[in-house]
Design a protein around this ligand. Structure first.
Ligand SMILES: [Fe+2]
Ligand SMILES: [Fe+2]
Length: 289
């Protein structure tokens, strides 16, 4: 079982944020803002899916899983809180989050299904966050200079996504999730992630007044499709998920662990999921405030 540490990130997100905080670039900023808007509702869904999935475990296995599940929930709860604060700053800039209500409506449709569906959707989305974390570690220079507190936020989140990348996947397998359901949900989640990221990015650019500027699309095209663009570099790790013998641990998680080790002054440790006295979700919310 992975021991998942719960960390309190020591940054102030009450102070205003530069409009183009990501490398001074409208497109990259709008896209990362869009992703951030999806996190609180998404992470809430992951927490609920993992809780419901854990309830399917046989009684004899629950103690074995308790620490990792507690750590996963604690990490996602702190992400949800921090991105909520960040998103408040985006709202103050006049950006409107239409992703959250659309996602909430979609999640309602999953509710009546067997809990392995929500768990498969969570495992697929967690694969996305893990491979995007990998991109961030290896190619963060492509994003340009970030405001230091925001760089900390993204690197900390990426590190923990990488750290707990196997939890939902392992739980899905432990409760009898099939390969067919796993890949069906990956196809569905891929469609949703691509279309919703695009839709929210366009909305952010429109409200930013930079949608029709030439440099927005020139920089956007090279960020997405250039030699070190997200799309060509993420294609192979994304596709790995379709291998019948895929496991998230086959992807290297060491850059996240290295970032956490080298930046321990950026956060305080508030609990470890593998210990009986791990912090609860409510405590995690408090410490992230
Ligand atoms: Fe997260
Ligand atoms: Fe996650």
């Amino acid at each position: 079982m992975a021991e998942l540490v719960i960390r309190r990130l020591l940054i102030d997100l009450k102070a205003p944020i530069d409009r183009h905080w990501c490398g001074g670039d409208p497109f990259r900023t709008a896209m990362l803002n869009a992703l951030s808007m999806s996190f609180p509702v998404g992470e809430n869904f992951f927490i609920n899916s993992v809780k419901a999935g854990a309830a399917l475990l046989p009684e004899s296995e629950r103690a074995h899983w308790a620490g990792e599940i507690q750590g996963f929930i604690g990490q996602e709860a702190t992400h949800r809180r921090i991105h909520g604060l960040f998103n408040e700053q985006l709202a103050a800039q006049g950006l409107v989050d239409s992703w959250t209500p659309r996602a909430a409506a979609r999640m309602k449709m999953i509710e009546p299904l067997h809990p392995t569906h929500a768990l498969a959707a969570t495992a697929a989305t967690e694969h996305f966050t893990a491979i995007m974390a990998g991109y961030l570690f290896h190619h963060h220079q492509e994003l340009g200079e970030m405001e230091p507190r925001l760089k900390s936020m993204w690197m900390w989140h990426a590190s923990e996504e990488s750290e707990h990348r196997s939890t939902a996947f392992d739980l899905y397998c432990a409760v009898g999730g099939t390969y067919e359901r796993r890949v069906w949900w990956m196809k569905r989640i891929t469609y949703v992630m691509v279309t919703e990221t695009l839709r929210q990015t366009l909305s952010n650019l429109k409200r930013d007044g930079t949608l029709w500027q030439w440099r927005t699309w020139k920089n956007g095209a090279s960020f997405l499709f250039g030699k070190k663009g997200m799309v060509p570099l993420l294609y192979r790790p994304w596709k790995d998920y379709f291998k019948p013998d895929f496991h998230p641990s086959q992807h290297d998680g060491s850059p996240g662990l290295q970032w956490l080790a080298a930046n321990s002054g950026e956060f305080s440790i508030v609990g470890a999921g593998a210990e009986p006295a791990a912090v609860s979700e409510a405590q995690a919310r408090q410490v992230a405030a």
